[in-house]
Design a protein around this ligand. Structure first.
Ligand SMILES: Nc1ncnc2c1ncn2[C@@H]1O[C@H](COP(=O)(O)OP(=O)(O)O)[C@@H](O)[C@H]1O
Ligand SMILES: [Mg+2]
Length: 393
């Protein structure tokens, strides 16, 4: 075993009855860990366990029952994390039926979202190409994931907005139904209450999303310039559903909030009639998008798959740097099957960017696809049928 040559951030992981693992300890002893193995052996499952500790979410499923090993009732993932502020032991218990439990350094967290921020991670998988090609929902969820890492309180604000939105939608649905049935009722005073709440909760999201993207945009443009080796300019910007003037971002906090609230309320009033007939909320950050443009043309229509991959790589690198600058510590980088898809030149760009600064866990089916420089400082773990069967470092 090689001694830790840099402060490993995530030091150890313990999986119990998680996905296809029965029980597995993993010790991370190098800045880079490569999980190698055939398909369907458990490489992505291991990354997913880390992702869960970092974000409390999996990008592969929203149902805990999928995460528990078949035939078992409960699973547990535990990570040992070394932070500048001290060591953290974070344990997440998942049940086929029933609620999760999150334990941080011996204490069961009453509000699980308080565990966010214990471990920061950026994940990059081939699914991320959907950021360019997919619909706005995909980009919103990516942006939300980023903002949660930058300021964990955002997870709480998201929930508040979602709750208000659902209640407002339920009321609008009732209105639409009663209207169809020819017995319209006057819900205007009730709706007014929900409008006010939606506007306050929505503004909190809009401000934080705008702020995060303003931070990310120059980083993404710089990385894209570097790795594309071309003169094309990547433009990342917030495309909020609520029409707000760009000057708003220069305002002081209270004024900014007030200006966004005013704009949102005005737009809600404008759309009131349509909402009433459609029976759903049409105005607010649940309809936001992130605009990705290359040389001022929509990225979706631009370029080859390789170029879109470069764009996503630039986004991911900018996320790493944004989180590092806000949190004050470099986050973990999780690369699921993407390295083999990058040509050697891009691999080297990525390698140069992360150097030994970001602890990285990568998966692959073939080590041969890696540049030798990757293998130099890497710990290589072979995964087979839900177990790590060999270790070399
Ligand atoms: N809840 C579960 N219980 C048992 N096995 C599971 C569970 N969820 C997934 N698996 C198994 O995990 C394997 C896929 O693991 P994965 O990590 O995605 O593979 P890869 O090594 O290709 O990344 C499949 O064989 C699948 O059947
Ligand atoms: Mg996989």
């Amino acid at each position: 075993m090689i001694p830790p040559i840099f402060p490993v951030y995530l030091q150890r992981l313990h999986l119990q009855q998680f996905r296809n693992y029965t029980e597995q300890w993993v010790e991370f002893v190098a800045p880079k860990t490569i999980l190698v193995g055939d398909n369907a052996q458990g490489k992505s499952n291991l990354l997913e366990a880390v992702e869960l500790l970092a974000t409390l979410r999996s990008h592969r499923t929203s149902r805990d029952t999928d995460l528990v090993r078949s035939t078992q009732e409960a699973a547990r993932v535990t990570g040992w994390i070394e932070r500048r502020t001290g060591a953290i032991e974070l344990g997440l218990s998942l049940r086929r039926v029933g609620r999760r439990t999150l334990i941080r350094s011996g204490e069961t967290l009453r509000r699980q979202i308080d565990g966010l921020g214990s471990l920061n991670a950026v994940e990059f998988s081939s699914l991320d190409l959907e950021l360019v090609r997919g619909g706005p929902e995909r980009r919103r969820s990516w942006l939300d994931g980023l903002v949660v890492q930058l300021e964990p309180i955002y997870a709480h604000l998201l929930r508040q907005y979602d709750r208000v939105l659902r209640q407002r939608n339920a009321l609008l649905r009732d209105c639409a139904k009663q209207h169809r049935e020819g017995r319209p009722l006057d819900h205007s005073s009730e709706l007014k209450v929900w409008n006010a709440q939606l506007v306050v909760a929505g503004t909190r999201l809009i401000r934080r999303r705008g702020r995060a993207l303003a931070r990310l945009a120059p980083l993404a443009a710089r990385w894209h310039g570097e790795i594309s080796g071309r003169s094309e300019v990547l433009g990342v910007s917030y495309a909020p559903n609520v029409a707000i003037s760009p000057d708003i971002w220069n305002l002081e906090a209270t004024e900014q909030a007030r200006a966004i609230e005013t704009a949102m309320l005005a737009q809600i009033r404008d759309r009131a009639e349509v909402e009433y007939y459609q029976g759903t909320s049409l105005v607010g950050p649940h309809r936001d998008d992130v605009s990705l443009r290359v040389d001022d043309a929509p990225a979706k229509q631009y370029g080859s798959q390789g170029q879109q991959r470069t764009l996503v790589l630039a986004l991911k690198l900018s996320e790493l740097c944004a989180i590092e600058s806000v949190v004050g510590e470099p986050p973990l980088l999780l690369l699921d099957d993407v390295l083999a898809e990058l040509d050697l030149n891009r691999q080297n760009q990525l390698l140069g960017a992360i150097a030994d600064r970001f602890q990285t866990i990568a998966t692959t089916t073939h080590l041969g696809a890696f540049d030798a420089r990757w293998l130099d400082s890497a710990q290589i773990l072979t995964v087979r049928s839900g177990a790590i069967v060999s270790t070399s470092a």
